[in-house]
Write a protein that binds this ligand. Structure first.
Ligand code: AMP
Ligand code: MG
Length: 343
């Protein structure tokens, strides 16, 4: 088989084989992004443990908001390390994995999956793809892979490596080419995090097939995906219980501070430097003012400061550019108490 190496606008497409898969795995371990074939559509993959790598996914897609991503694993045993697997999940995995079914399950306490992957939610979406190249890549990388579809936000999901190249350009470090996607349709997303199983996104596995396995009729709730918004959208976003105050230039008495960049000119209203505040009240998204680092820390730090003893979480201004747009989107929702919807 001939090896295709195409250079498009500085970005590399390589035919998937042992060498290119190993190269892609190394890129993933180093925090880079790989366009990967799966049986559904091409995905934009990053190491799901690496928050800054996951932040790059949102940047590359130009997503104006943080949507939770699907974590790709080899099998149910691998998923079981990350999420709480129940009988329903076991039965569905038994029938449809590896394959185009994504299950949303409670995150396991203490899992190292980046909070950005699940956008701060207590649940995590997991899927075991059946494409041999995806499986080889997950195995070679040795880590679960967070991946949404490999297209710019708002455009169609890519079913060929050229689509990925056209849509993402230089924002992806390597694209593994393995021909057109077999299914060409996104995975079915089923929410199993409560007692009632609900299909959040219709896909390759049908509600009838799922109902047959579960022995109950599953509900179908559409409108969560990149599809046009519909009223009554079901995706709930994480938002802290503690009020959030944006563009803070100082810190009030009972407030916690979520900083960004240098705290040098940040003071407490009652006197004293913000930098001297008790550790329990102070987090900095990125001392260097790095938006990747800030995105990677956002949900974890919000949660750490979201405590009843704090009257509010004061948040320093974050530049409204690049990843800052998605960070500000989430902070504004938190400040307005809106659970809102997005793409
Ligand atoms: P994509 O990343 O483009 O394949 O889309 C993934 C889909 O799964 C989106 O519709 C997400 O909103 C949905 N999703 C992923 N994780 C969760 C979760 N924890 N809760 C609810 N929906 C999720
Ligand atoms: Mg998508």
């Amino acid at each position: 088989m001939g090896v295709m190496v195409a250079l498009l606008r500085g970005m590399v497409i390589k035919t998937a084989n042992k060498d290119s898969i190993e190269e892609a795995a190394q890129i993933l371990r180093d925090g880079g992004l790989v366009g990967m074939p799966t049986e559904t559509v091409y995905g934009l993959a990053a190491n799901a443990f690496d928050g800054q790598a996951v932040a790059r996914i949102f940047e590359a897609k130009g997503r104006p908001s943080f949507n939770p991503l699907i974590v790709h694993v080899l099998d149910l045993a691998a998923a079981g390390v990350l999420v709480e697997v129940d009988d329903r999940a076991e039965a569905l995995a038994d029938r449809f994995w590896p394959g185009p079914l994504t299950m949303i399950l409670p995150r396991k306490a203490g899992t190292d999956i980046s909070e950005l992957v699940s956008a701060g939610l207590p649940t995590l979406a997991v899927r075991a793809p059946r494409h041999k190249v995806t499986q080889a890549l997950i195995r070679a990388a040795g880590v679960p892979l967070a991946a949404p579809s490999a297209n710019r936000s708002g455009s169609l999901s890519p079913t060929s490596p050229i689509h990925v190249a056209d849509s993402l350009g230089e924002n992806v470090d390597l694209i593994l080419a393995a021909g057109p996607s077999e299914v060409g349709l996104e995975s079915t997303v089923i929410d199993l995090s409560s007692n009632v199983a609900v299909i959040l996104r219709p896909g390759a596995v049908t509600p009838e097939e799922i109902s047959a396995v579960l022995g109950v009729e599953v509900l179908v709730e559409t409108g969560v995906s990149d599809a046009p918004k519909s009223p009554g959208l079901v995706l709930k976003h994480y938002a802290p219980d503690t009020p959030v105050r944006l563009n803070a230039v100082d810190v009030g008495d009972g407030e916690a501070l979520l900083g960004f960049g240098s705290l040098k000119f940040m003071g407490q209203k009652s006197g004293g430097a913000a930098a001297d505040m008790d550790e329990s009240r102070l987090r900095n998204l990125s001392e260097d003012g790095d938006l990747h680092e800030a995105a990677a820390h956002l949900f974890a730090m919000l949660k750490e400061l979201d405590r009843p003893e704090h009257s509010a979480i004061a948040v320093m201004a974050i530049p409204d550019e690049g990843l800052g747009i998605a960070i500000n989107d989430r902070l504004m929702r938190a400040a307005s108490g809106s659970q809102g919807q997005d793409d």
